[in-house]
Design a binder for this molecule. Structure first.
Ligand SMILES: NC(=O)c1ccc[n+]([C@@H]2O[C@H](COP(=O)([O-])OP(=O)(O)OC[C@H]3O[C@@H](n4cnc5c(N)ncnc54)[C@H](O)[C@@H]3O)[C@@H](O)[C@H]2O)c1
Ligand SMILES: [Fe+2]
Length: 392
């Protein structure tokens, strides 16, 4: 079963460890967003700032705009980013790039903002619609690098500031698609906890569980490497310690910093080791019902792990140890369920409809098979069993 996808994953497993993945220069700590702006001002004159409208109204981008302008940089703001960025949004961003001759991009925001900036940059440099850039670059023609991209993540998170991935919504086909391309990697990043102190508790919970899902799926992936293992274990340890604190006491700066570091480590790991069925299914729940990405992952994670457990019990037990949970892989899954509950995350997807199962499975399998190193392959019947458990 799945001979061609398995051959592709085997090929990825041989080729990917031989490739050098770009790791962005990363500043960590309070006010590093301003350090990053100083760095930008040393080499750039015209910066296009990509962000979303909520962050503008919260004043979260003001510090960087002022810092850049006071150092002589011309800044234009593109603040139309919406959650789950679509091709249409990228097209609007490209129009702005054509009218404002930027020499760098600065993304301040969550994964949606970072992925928008990445796709804009690659699309612009290659004069190609983003839909022509999707898929794993190993199977594509060589492409040109975009403008230097600087990133300040405001959620913790997608880890997108550390990944070679941009996730976009293909609205016409009701699915999400990914561009996986090393040239998407940002140049420099600031993990500045001051920008995440006000992140509302439900978004803290959902985005934190996204980071945990990256660590878990990256760790049980058959494409995992010794280095990604270390990153996943450390991310899991930090999330177990800090996510409950960041959720209940938002302004706790150390918990916020540790969550940014964890999310970044998990991003560095999964950009090489890949993710798995949790993401493949969660992306469809985002595309069809606009379930926020982290929330969808959090809900789906324990069910997919129940399914995968027979093929990755030892790996899950190790993640459990990192989280301070004894009792093996099943105990780790039980711990995830209780963490979800303590973070106010439901165990069902309220919008899910049985009529959509076929569409969800088709798109999830198209995403996962041949790209992700899933530890246990699902038949369609297995996937139906998982989806039934998610029904309200
Ligand atoms: N490229 C990757 O490697 C990667 C990995 C995982 C997920 N993703 C993608 O990232 C997207 C999700 O990103 P996300 O979870 O970061 O959410 P998001 O960027 O969609 O933001 C969610 C909400 O949080 C708000 N917000 C963000 N930061 C805030 C702050 N500091 N204070 C107050 N409000 C704030 C935003 O305004 C928005 O309303 C999805 O499209 C997902 O598929 C990408
Ligand atoms: Fe994710």
């Amino acid at each position: 079963m799945y001979l061609i996808p398995k051959v592709r994953v085997a090929l990825n497993r041989v080729v990917l460890p031989l490739l050098k993945f770009p790791v962005p220069e990363t500043f960590v700590g309070a006010d590093t967003a301003l350090v990053l702006c100083r760095k930008i001002a040393e080499t750039h004159e015209r910066v296009l700032l990509v962000t979303d409208p909520s962050l503008v109204s919260l004043g979260l981008v003001d510090g960087c705009i002022n810092a850049l302008r006071s150092q002589g940089v011309t800044v234009k703001v593109f603040s139309e980013v919406e959650p789950d960025p679509s091709f249409a949004l990228i097209e609007r961003g490209l129009e702005v790039m054509h009218s404002f001759d930027a020499d760098a991009l600065l993304a301040i925001g969550g994964g949606s903002t970072i992925d928008t900036a990445k796709a804009m940059s690659l699309s612009f440099a290659n004069k190609k619609h983003p839909s022509q850039l999707t898929g794993l670059w190993l199977y594509a023609l060589p492409r040109k690098r975009g403008l230097p991209l600087y990133v300040v993540p405001t959620t913790a998170g997608t880890g997108s500031e550390a990944t070679v991935v941009s996730v976009l919504s293909d609205v016409a086909n009701e699915t999400k698609v990914t561009i996986i391309e090393p040239k998407l990697a940002p140049s420099s990043v600031a993990l500045d906890p001051l920008l995440t102190l006000g992140l509302p508790a439900p978004i803290t919970a959902a985005t934190g569980m996204d980071a945990l899902t990256h660590a878990v799926e990256g760790f049980v992936s058959t494409m995992a490497l010794a280095e990604t293992d270390k990153q996943c274990l450390e991310a899991t340890r930090l999330i177990a310690l800090s996510l409950p604190i960041a959720y209940s006491d938002g302004p706790d700066i150390l918990a916020r910093r540790d969550m940014l570091v964890a999310s970044n480590l998990a991003g560095l790991a999964f950009t090489r080791a890949g993710v798995g069925y949790v993401h493949a299914i969660a992306h469809q729940l985002g595309a069809l019902y606009h379930v926020p990405h982290g929330l969808a992952n959090a809900i789906v994670l324990p069910y997919v792990l129940d399914f995968s457990l027979p093929e990755c019990e030892k790996r899950l037990a190790l993640l459990g140890e990192a989280a301070g949970v004894r009792g093996g892989g099943a105990a780790f899954i039980a711990w995830i369920r209780s963490l979800n509950e303590s973070l106010g995350i439901p165990s069902k997807v309220s919008a899910l409809r049985r009529e959509d199962f076929d569409k969800i499975i088709n798109h999830a399998f198209a995403e996962a098979h041949g790209t992700y190193g899933v530890p246990r392959y699902m038949t369609r019947e297995d996937a139906v069993v998982v989806l039934e458990k998610l029904l309200p």
